[in-house]
Design a protein around this ligand. Structure first.
Ligand code: ADP
Ligand code: MG
Length: 269
């Protein structure tokens, strides 16, 4: 048993001042299998972050259940690591101390610190142990945030638009690096992204969510071999299939590249 997340009939509302409650998720059923890499895409505000925060145990659902390997999730835990778009490193700590932080707060620093260098190597930050966050580029800071989560060896890695703030070149490199890490660690990975291309490039399964309240609109298994190309026929076909999804309201989910390629495929987007 390692890393099976089961979301069953989950409803989550947020109270709204002077108005009807916002229904973020309504009756959502979904599971994430150990070792798969799922990309969640859907219009802004549809409930993607809410779903990740529920799985992380940061908030509770109104009804329904969420379990990890059969055990109900009721609070945050190191076996479920969440990484946000903003790396949120502690600015007053060195990168080493930032990465060690998780081990210290679990009280296992002494016994597990010998593993820290492995994680520096895993995310390619060797030599930056004594640097401070403001010395790092955006991509490096995001790698440090990843290492800080990975050092706790989570069974489930939750990534909420982790590459959203990076320039296109760094972003593509980071996509490869995250895939390499996932291939080594083989944890259940759920990544929210706005970018259809990123989802196709990275995921073993793509889940398209509808506008709020989020429902599962479409599920696409991506069987492309790795390393993947971003420009072959299979890629373009997959992109066209996703963009045909009804209620794919979020044109913001489509990168300029997607639109261009889709025009090549004869779509009127
Ligand atoms: N803490 C909160 N309080 C009130 N409303 C919230 C809160 N968190 C999220 N929402 C609302 O729930 C909906 C889903 O939000 P979110 O999960 O962040 O969407 P996404 O990540 O898909 O863009 C949005 O309408 C958002 O405004
Ligand atoms: Mg979000």
């Amino acid at each position: 048993m390692n890393g099976l997340i089961e979301v069953k009939k989950v409803r989550k509302t947020f109270p709204q001042n002077g108005g009807a409650d916002i229904v973020a998720l309504d009756d959502v059923d979904i599971s994430f299998e150990s070792t798969e890499f799922v990309s969640l895409i859907g219009p802004s505000g549809c409930g993607k972050s809410t779903l990740l925060r529920l799985i992380a145990g940061l908030i509770r659902q109104d009804s329904g259940t969420i379990t990890l390997d059969g055990a109900e999730i009721t609070k945050p835990g190191y076996e479920r690591g969440l990484v946000f778009q903003d790396p949120t490193l502690f600015p007053w700590m060195t990168i080493y101390e930032n990465i060690a932080y998780g081990l210290r707060s679990r009280g296992v620093y002494k016994t597990e610190k010998r593993r820290i260098p492995d994680f520096f190597k895993l995310v390619g930050l060797e030599g930056f142990e004594k640097s401070y966050p403001h010395h790092l580029s955006g991509g490096m800071a995001q790698r440090a945030a990843l290492a800080r989560t990975l050092v706790n060896q989570p069974k489930v890695l939750l990534l909420d638009e982790p590459l959203g703030a990076l320039d296109a070149f760094t972003r593509m490199n980071m996509q490869d690096e995250i895939i390499a890490i996932w291939q080594k660690q083989r944890m259940t990975t759920v990544m929210v992204t706005h970018d259809v291309d990123e989802a196709i490039y990275m995921a073993t399964r793509i889940i398209v969510m509808s506008a709020r309240p989020a429902k599962i609109e479409q599920v696409i298994t991506v069987e492309k071999a790795r390393p993947r190309r971003r420009d072959d026929h299979e890629f373009l076909e997959l992109r066209a299939e996703i963009l045909r999804t009804p209620h794919f309201a979020g044109r913001e989910c489509v990168s300029d590249e997607s639109v261009k390629h889709n025009k090549l495929l004869g779509d009127e987007t």
